[in-house]
Write a protein that binds this ligand. Sequence first.
Ligand SMILES: Cc1cc2nc3c(=O)[nH]c(=O)nc-3n(C[C@H](O)[C@H](O)[C@H](O)COP(=O)(O)OP(=O)(O)OC[C@H]3O[C@@H](n4cnc5c(N)ncnc54)[C@H](O)[C@@H]3O)c2cc1C
Length: 414
Amino acid sequence: MATRSRGGDFDVIIAGAGVIGTVMATLLLARKLSTAGRVAVVADRFATATPADAGWDLRVFAMSRASERLLKVCGVWNSLPPTRVFPYERMCVWDSSGTALGKGSLTFDCAQLGEPNLGHIVDGRALQWQCLQAARAAGVVLIEGVVHSVVTTDEQVSLRLHDGRELRGQLLAAADGTDSKVRELLGIGTAGHAYHQDALVAHVQTEQPHAATAWQRFLSSGPVAFLPLNDGRCSIVWSVARPRAEQLRAMDADAFGAELGAAGGEVLGACKLTTDVAAFPLKLQYALDYARPRAVLLGDAAHVVHPLAGQGLNLGLLDCATLAEVLDEAGGPGNFGDYKFLRRYERRRRSENLLAAAALDGLERLFSSTDPLSAGLRGAALGAVGKMPFVKRRFAQRALGLAGDVPEYLKAIT
Ligand SMILES: Cc1cc2nc3c(=O)[nH]c(=O)nc-3n(C[C@H](O)[C@H](O)[C@H](O)COP(=O)(O)OP(=O)(O)OC[C@H]3O[C@@H](n4cnc5c(N)ncnc54)[C@H](O)[C@@H]3O)c2cc1C
């Protein structure tokens, strides 16, 4: 359980104990950027252990090669239960006007790219728990509490919790998610828009084997993805307008399975629902600044993107990797709050994340358009990319998280 700290001084205080907060904290200590015991994570709640008999969590993440490497640095990757990690070898995306593996589709195959796989599907609950365990093992101080106020001065940043405890540090990193309280307290605004869609998430048994392939069909009503799990089932992420989401969730399992099969173009045959269906409202949101003197934003506190390419967490982990690299250059905890270094982090990550957000938003718009010109364009575009090995490789490198501004130490790991 979390430490009942009475407050105190730290080099770095991180708000939020999701994957991003716990990985950031562990990374600082794992890379010896701070003195053990001087990094704290404060959160309103902490992950709990996965029951031994629990199956796959409803939340799964498609994780890139860069994320895998970062989690190796933190000692998380090799602690994940093998039954809750599944490497996928192929990815097939297609427009509803075409067919999977046929005209108007785009397929990536790890063998053709000389990669062992294209990434892994990872269980959300197991990941959260192992990230927390790694933070604990690294000596991160875990403090249960809700952030109430933040005051920054030239000398320090102090965080007051709802119960009156005060924590002081050199740097405050906000990893407290989409509705970040710390971002609000720092006076950092956001821009973006709602998609007026929900992502429906569930696990299904399909008639045909998934063939270690991530399948995604684009419909004008939103994309539907089938992510392969190692028990033979698929985890689905199906984005639809909110009224339709409510209608689908109210259906019985058989009716839902039939609608899902049709939405997926029957690519894997009939679908049988094996779990509840959860819904996540979707939006595009980006913070206008990532840094203030003595404070930075990370993960969903800084950016929220459409899940159609499974990139949100992967982008957040690259925030962590980059901030660690920048703080390494700062020459010791005394300089961690120096705006000059924090701006360096902001410049590097904001441009990468905006690029990804714009690309995903553009894809969402292109594929949801009912304009016949767009419909023709998207099928042709997918087909054309498939015929250009160089362009295709560039796309794959982006999806693996190995293109663009990637910290040097992540490139060096295999
Ligand atoms: C349907 C769906 C599918 C997705 N699939 C993928 C995928 O396949 N791959 C991928 O990379 N990404 C995916 N994402 C994105 C991913 O879920 C998020 O980017 C990621 O979970 C964000 O992690 P985080 O640690 O930044 O925030 P969170 O997980 O939201 O953690 C925030 C933390 O802050 C704490 N907190 C909040 N407020 C306070 C407060 N006031 N005081 C103290 N603590 C506080 C919370 O308790 C929590 O511990 C998906 C998203 C959706 C909606």
